[in-house]
Design a protein around this ligand. Structure first.
Ligand code: NAD
Ligand code: ZN
Length: 358
């Protein structure tokens, strides 16, 4: 197997590092029309204290991003057209938020230099030119979007990333102080995204020593966070933030599996958010992920997480078929989970049965 991936160029880590963002960005302000756009999770809108810490200068813009829905190709195209037509090409973009906002920053950085709609570029290596400078500041941990080479977008036809070397952020700022305010349920769902990334990355045919090294360490830290430490222990947020980073790297060198394929169906058809959709799917996958599912259930109980049950009772046959359509097309995930002869162990009925158990 041959893999040759690009990494994030610069990583700032540590409590308080968010307040160094101004000096980090200073050398990157002068290209294009000489301004930066800060895309910030709408959770922070109205928080003047937080706003004052964002190093806005000169012609910069601050754009709050709604995250009730996962980012769409339409959102990216509209934002890109508006900024380009009104203010010209920015020098760079900064995403401050969760996986949703980081993906917005990554995708729009590419779409500022690649013509047409972002729907054309959903897939592997379809992007034609490098994007503009992009920096990411996670405020919730688990997706690994801070290090991954994909920017996941929901389009009219599919939920799929713009995936290539140029998608990788130039700079990330990992400040564990920023994730302290995440509500417990969301902390758990997104944290479990990372746990599941590691399990899937380490249990399929594309696993290798590189992905396993990151995956084992990330899983160990994840278990400490969700099974041993109190969330108020300062170590907890620090470990979760670094675990997300390492889980993302594990995934980059391997692949996601069954849970993510099913989860994409739930998100695409029913608009269930990624972390929660993963949790809904993972608990039904004991036939694939065995003891990991039991361990996941222990974490659910420990944190009194109320995962929705009997959802399938409210789903029509058409809804389930639509989710199967989305999932079955994700061939690279099935190939990773079950090997290249995956069609011998997987058909529409097996996928349907997983959905029916949810
Ligand atoms: P998110 O970005 O959608 O945010 C979840 C919720 O947490 C939102 O309500 C948000 O406002 C809130 N939030 C964020 N930071 C907060 C803070 N500090 N305090 C309080 N609330 C805060 O959630 P996510 O799970 O990080 O990201 C999910 C998205 O990431 C999906 O769109 C998914 O497709 C994508 N994703 C991308 C990758 C990748 O490699 N690019 C990997 C996995 C998932
Ligand atoms: Zn994920």
């Amino acid at each position: 197997m041959f893999r040759n991936f690009k990494a994030v160029e610069k990583t700032a880590y540590g409590r308080g590092s968010f307040d160094r963002l101004g000096e980090i960005l200073a050398p990157h302000r002068n290209t294009g029309a000489g301004y930066l756009i800060f895309f910030v999770d709408e959770y922070f809108s109205g928080n003047e204290e937080f706003k004052a810490r964002i190093p806005l200068a000169g012609k910069d813009h601050l754009e709050y991003i709604p995250v009730a829905e996962e980012p769409t190709t339409e959102l990216i195209d509209t934002l890109r057209d508006t900024y380009l037509n009104t203010y010209g090409l920015p020098a760079g973009v900064v995403g401050i938020g969760g996986g949703s906002v980081l993906d917005v920053a990554k995708a729009i950085s590419l779409m500022f230099t690649n013509e047409g709609s972002s729907t054309q570029y959903q897939g592997l290596n379809l992007i034609k030119k490098p994007g503009i400078y992009a920096c990411g500041v996670p405020t919730i941990s688990g997706t690994g979007a801070e290090v991954s080479m994909t920017a996941v977008l929901t389009g009219p036809e599919k939920k799929l990333g713009l995936k290539c070397d140029w998608t990788v952020l130039n700079q990330i700022v990992l400040d564990p102080d920023l994730i302290a305010t995440v509500p417990d349920n969301q902390w758990f769902y997104t944290g479990m995204d990372n746990y599941i990334h590691c399990v899937e990355s380490m249990t399929g045919r594309f696993k290798n020593t590189f992905s396993e090294a990151f995956g084992y360490k990330s899983l160990e830290m994840s278990k400490q966070v969700f099974l041993e430490l109190d969330r108020k222990d300062p170590k907890s947020d620090e470990m979760l933030m670094v675990a997300s980073y390492m889980g993302g790297l594990s995934l980059t060198y391997s692949e996601v599996g069954v849970c993510h394929a099913l989860s994409y169906g739930l998100s695409m058809v029913l608009h269930i958010h990624h972390g929660l959709a993963n949790c809904i799917a993972f608990k039904e996958l004991e036939d694939v992920y065995g003891d990991y599912v039991q361990e996941f259930n222990t974490m659910v109980e420990k944190h009194h997480i109320d995962l929705p049950k009997n959802l399938a009772a409210g789903w029509s046959d058409e809804t389930i078929e639509a989710m199967v359509d989305v999932a079955i097309r994700l061939e690279h995930m099935w190939n990773h989970a079950f090997g290249e002869n995956w069609r011998e162990v997987l058909d529409r009925d097996r996928i349907k049965n997983w959905y029916k158990r949810m």
